[in-house]
Every structure is written in C-alpha cells, then in structure tokens.
Write a protein that binds this ligand. Sequence first.
Ligand SMILES: [Zn+2]
Length: 361
Amino acid sequence: MSGLKVNFNKSKVFGVGAPSLEVSNWSAPLGCEPSSFPFTYLGIPVGENMNLKKSWRPIIEKFNSKLSSWKAKSLSFDGRVTLAKAVLGNLPTFFMSIFKVPMGVIDTLEKIRRKFIWSKEYNKKSICWIGWEKITAPQKVGGIGLGSIQSLNISLLAKWLWRLQSDSSELWAKVICCVHNLEGRNWSCFASSTSKGVWNNITKIRSMMAKVNIDPKEIVSWNSDRRCWVSEFVIDNTFSVKLFRERLELAGHIVCDGPFNWNKMIPFKILCFTWRAKQGRIPSAIELQSRGITIPSTVCGACKQEEETSDHMLITCQSARTVMNEILNWCEIRCDNFNSVRYMLLFLSRWSKCKKKEKPA
Ligand SMILES: [Zn+2]
C-alpha cells in the first residue's frame, strides 16, 4: 500500500444525469462539496462546449493581458513581433492542442495580435504598414514568419492522428477506437461525421487541410513494405508540430514579395527595418501623407530637393549616398549607385565576398 489517501476536503462530487439534490445527498456522508458541470480539471474545462466562443473567454482575456498596450508602447516593431510570437507559443497552446478553436475566436486572437503589433496607443487608430498576410507568411516566401493561429491549432491537433496510430496500444487510443468504432478500418483515424465529441472535433482538421491541398495521409499512413505507420513529419519517433505547421503555412501562402534573406547573423531589429524599407513601408513623408496624415512638407529635410520617399531617405539622398559610398569603399565593393533599397538588396544577395580592409598600422 502506498498510504495515499483521498483528501475529502479538496474533493468534489459530480453527478452525470443526476439531480443536484441527489448529488448533495451523496456528498454529505463523504464530507465533500457537491459540484456540477462544467468544471476545470488540470486547467482543462470539462463538460464545457468548446465550440462556443464564450468558453474561450478566459483565453482571450489572458491573451489580451499578455499583449497589452503598455508593453506595445515600450517595444519597437521587432520587439512586438517577437513578443506576439512568444505569447502564441506558450499561452493558448495547451487548449489548442486538444480543442479545435472556433473561427470567431481565431479572428479575435488575430485582431489582438494585429493591434499589438501596429498600435502603440491603446484605442487609437493605428497605421497597419504591411498586410497581415505578409506578417504571418513564412520567411521562406518573403514574410516575417509570425505564423497564423489557425495553422498552429491544426498542427497541434494533427499530432493526435499520428499518436492514435503509433500509440494504438495505449488506453486512451483504445477508448477512442471503441467509442468511435474505428477498429479494423484500413485507415482509421476519422470518426464518422455523425458522431460527436472531442475526437470528432479533432478530425475536422481534415476539411481544413483539404482547403490547402494537403492529404491527411501525409500525417500518417501505413507502409506495407515496412509494415509500420509512417509520417513525413516524424523526427526520432516524435511528430514534429513545427515541421507540419511549416508545411501548412507554405501551402497556404503564395510568394509575397520575392525572397528576403533573414540572415541569423544580423540582428532581427535591422532585418525587420530593411524588410519594411524594401517594401517602402517605413514612415517617410510621402507614405505618411498617402495614409491621410497631415505633413507640413513632403520635401526631404536633408537635401531639400526631392520628395521624401523611403528609397530617397535611405539610398538616393546625397547624405545617404555619402554614407553608403564610404561603406562600399570599406567593403571594397565596386558598383554603380543604387537607386532603390530593393535593387541594393538584390545586388548584395549576389555579392558574397566581403573582405574587410585591414586596419592601417
Ligand atoms: Zn534628400
């Protein structure tokens, strides 16, 4: 005997299909409190209808508090992107790995992230400099790689399809198979459309994957030669959510704006600025004016000759050119003057041998 005893003071009695009076009568002799559904067990709501938006309110509130306006005010753009990424990485993952998040909730969470990234002043109208599509798109296709909440949800749920087949001897897998009558089917992950419950909700990801032309058999399929279940997303016998999410994100995004070299040697702050400048989406006078902001003059304050665009500020203005030529000389790069950030990045991506000048003795 382990000597483990039930702590009746901390325990509660629940009745399934029983009237509350009857539950109270049962609980009294045990010294427990009677309780009812829904309740929370190990942080997961039990008996709650997670298809309803109101069931997700605590998650939305937590998400809101983590991405609050005072944090937005104290962070730069790259800092806000990093925090928005990190909060999604830890906060709702627990719930997202069990429940399919309703679209209304996903929209609300995305709205909170969007507001956090672009708005410094709470409740004030902010400028969204770059489309949300490009913010969430993978870095491989020219986005900033924030990732969508829906793709995270689908990837976390997809793991269960793999686990049902690979851990088929586990008790939970046996229960799911019995409840949904999945035994003996050729490929038996999916519950019939008439059944209900958490598993049925999980397998709804099939239709979401179909939208981006991903066959569920990529997640798990039977290999008759090796006589085992295989998956394209398994590394060391573990399903990689990250790998599958990347597959989903790439399938759902077209190439945005040409590739961008997110070089890990360069600080993320610099990369974010360059990425925005390449698209002309930094607060130059012309860009601000085109977004309805009153500007006394759109002429460049440095040379007072040309209109202040992002390319002019960073590349073609005489003061910018002087600095740029110094850098190019220092790196021993010979080239004609650039005329845009985009052209400069294209040139530099082709040029790879940057030899530093030796310091004079
Ligand atoms: Zn100028």
